[in-house]
Write a protein that binds this ligand. Structure first.
Ligand SMILES: Cc1ncc(COP(=O)(O)O)c(C=O)c1O
Length: 466
């Protein structure tokens, strides 16, 4: 049995091994060479402890992941039991296993509308890939094989496979040293209300975005477009809540033009906004396909799902002796991962964690809003347990601080020193805590973050950067 204390780790040795041998996702080589990693060792509830024994409130739940909190014994037990009972089956063609069948059926029950069919994978990126391949397959099988373009938006993140990186389009993601899929994806403007054109009302901004989509359909020809993909609330592209009725109107344009609406709910599903799925319950739309991951297993094990409608299923499964859906992975419907998914959902339901997320999330929104008065806080936005602060040099003009100031990292470093993990990203610090958080922990987050921002502001004034 593993000893659950941090003093069993040799902190320096682990730091060095990580530094010398592990190529991290999104490595920034210059700073990584100097600073290396924060090596974490343990987690309990909303807290994590690093290898030297320092404890932090995890304000980002791993990375939008650990919705039910760390250290759930019943999840570990389900994992162990399933690994002993049946650790693996293929699910290719006509073999399955009990947890995969149970989880697929549970997701069909929870998902909105007629989204009653599920393909499993191991990451959000692979779920997005599946959704796009499914869209192409569906369009072709219904007799429209020319429909291949994918419409996405700027500031979106849809994963880091070769295709995912071409579908998403955040500033800075498209490194000139990589290659991307050409001539497949077209990007519309981001629904980023804080940085909408000056003087434009939110309603006019919504009109502008919808009109841009309509014009793009006309330019490309609806008969050439397979799908539109959107995070209902853009996550790492800025934690943006779209303007009023934007998503409904985009959904409407998709329906009228035979374009599938893919909702990337990899962040928003499984309680973060207070619902199992945000598309319908928060934003009033029923997509054709939803992709989910992260909160599906609360990060205890990699698993993702692409959930799609009866209408799509009827078309793709229509009688045709030559038709094979030649897509899927060795670990699709992995029994251990699916057993964890079933247990994780059971916990969310039993403890009514969506309701807790709504309650503490509303409080987090209200308390964070008090930081909007600080001189470098340009915007406090998001919804419930998906929040961020955007820092600026000038609140009136919304001018950004220079990149050299590294504002979000400065503030997150100070939070870290005071026992709080937030996620720095460009000019933003992001918060996405576990759904089990308490009101007192909301107060701790806001006080710690507020102090860190004040300290950074004083430093910037002294340095003449403001
Ligand atoms: C909205 C969204 N889509 C897709 C992905 C990709 O998921 P993964 O990193 O599991 O491949 C992410 C990951 O953060 C995400 O936030």
């Amino acid at each position: 049995m593993l000893q659950k204390t941090s003093n069993r780790f040799n902190a320096q040795d682990l730091w060095q091994k990580d530094h010398d041998h592990f190529l991290h996702p999104y490595t920034h080589f210059d700073s990584f060479k100097k600073e290396g990693s924060l090596v974490l060792a343990e987690g309990e509830g909303c807290y994590v402890t690093d290898v030297s024994g320092k404890r932090y409130f995890d304000g980002i739940a791993g990375m939008w992941c650990v919705n039910v909190g760390y250290g759930r014994r019943e999840i570990a037990e389900v994992m162990a039991e399933q690994a002993l009972t049946l650790c693996y089956t293929t699910t290719f063609v006509d073999v399955s296993n009990a947890p995969a069948a149970e989880l697929a059926s549970k997701l069909a029950e929870l998902a909105p509308g007629s989204l009653n069919h599920v393909a499993f994978a191991t990451s959000g990126s692979c779920a997005v890939d599946t959704a796009i391949r499914l869209a192409h397959y569906y369009q072709s099988r219904r007799g429209e094989p020319d429909r291949r373009f994918i419409i996405s938006r700027k500031n979106s993140y849809h994963g880091s496979t070769y295709l995912g990186m071409s579908v998403g389009r955040r500033d800075g993601d498209q490194s000139p040293h990589f290659r991307y899929v050409p001539d497949l994806v077209h990007h519309l403007s981001a629904p980023y209300p804080y940085r909408r054109p000056e003087g434009m009302s939110l309603e006019a901004f919504s009109d502008f975005l919808v009109e841009e989509f309509r014009a793009k359909i006309e330019e490309l020809g609806a008969e050439n477009i397979a799908a539109f993909i959107a995070e209902p609330a853009q996550a790492s592209g800025g934690v943006t809540i779209p303007p009023p009725r934007y998503l409904e109107r985009m959904r409407d344009l998709c329906t009228k033009n035979g374009i599938l609406f893919i909702a990337d709910e990899i962040v928003t599903a499984f309680g973060r906004l207070g619902h199992f799925f945000a598309s319908k319950d928060e934003f009033g739309i029923i997509p054709d396909i939803i992709v989910a991951a992260k909160g599906l297993t609360s990060g205890y094990i990699p698993l993702s799902a692409t959930i799609y409608s009866d209408e799509i299923h009827e078309v793709i499964s229509a009688p045709d002796p030559d038709a094979w859906f030649t897509h899927g992975y060795t670990y699709s419907g992995h029994p251990v991962a699916c057993a964890v998914g079933v247990k994780n959902i059971e916990i969310i339901e039993r403890e009514d964690l969506c309701a807790n997320a709504a309650k503490v999330g509303d409080y987090l929104e209200k308390r964070l809003a008090t930081l909007a008065d600080l001189p470098i806080v340009g915007d406090v936005r998001g919804r419930r347990l998906m929040m961020c602060l955007e820092y600026v040099k000038d609140k009136r003009t919304r001018e950004k601080l220079s990149d050299e100031v590294n504002i979000s990292k400065r503030i997150s470093n100070e939070c870290e020193a005071n026992g709080l993990l937030v996620r720095p990203l460009g000019h933003l610090d992001i918060l996405s805590p576990p759904l089990t958080m308490t009101m007192a922990e909301v107060d701790f987050i806001v006080e710690t973050l507020g102090k860190a921002i004040r300290k950074a502001t004083d430093e910037l004034s002294r340095e003449g950067a403001l």
